[in-house]
Ligand binder design. Structure first.
Ligand code: SF4
Length: 138
């Protein structure tokens, strides 16, 4: 089963090929392309996940920028309402991002991330919210 740190929900949705090494990017595309709304994922907290595996910054189960990554995870987990060990579908994860993560929250919790200034994640979040709010209700 694919394991996800909570802050990687939105990272994955926004991922378009930038990363820490060719191996990291390849693994990330494989994971992203394998996800369907029905795919079941498992949340991990305070430890490396499936996306982290080939990352050159990974040090065993930890990260070279551990303090920053732990803060990202804790803040995203709180907003999304997920906890370590929990299993949910990728579709449910997307719903949580769309309904629980406000743009204000995003700017606050993702502030420490170096990728944020590219603007891709903000656009992704805006687009997801727009799609979700215009989706016809059954
Ligand atoms: S700003 Fe950074 S942590 Fe936040 S979603 Fe984008 S890549 Fe992930």
């Amino acid at each position: 089963m694919i394991k996800f740190r909570p802050h990687h929900f939105l990272c994955t949705l926004s991922f378009e090929g930038k990363g820490y090494s060719p191996e990291f990017v390849k693994n990330y595309f494989e994971i992203k392309n394998s996800l369907t709304p029905e795919t079941v994922i498992e949340i991990v907290l305070d430890t490396a996940d499936s996306i982290c595996q080939p990352c050159p910054n990974r040090q065993g189960l930890r990260c070279a920028t551990e303090e920053k990554v732990l803060a990202l995870d804790a803040n995203h987990a709180k907003i999304l309402g997920v906890s370590g060990g929990e299993q949910l579908s990728w579709g449910e994860a997307l719903d949580k991002i769309a309904t629980k993560m406000t743009l204000e929250d995003f700017h606050r919790v993702c502030a420490p991330c170096g990728w944020k200034e590219l603007g891709v994640c903000e656009k992704t979040l805006r687009d997801l919210k727009n799609r979700t709010s215009t989706k016809p209700r059954k």
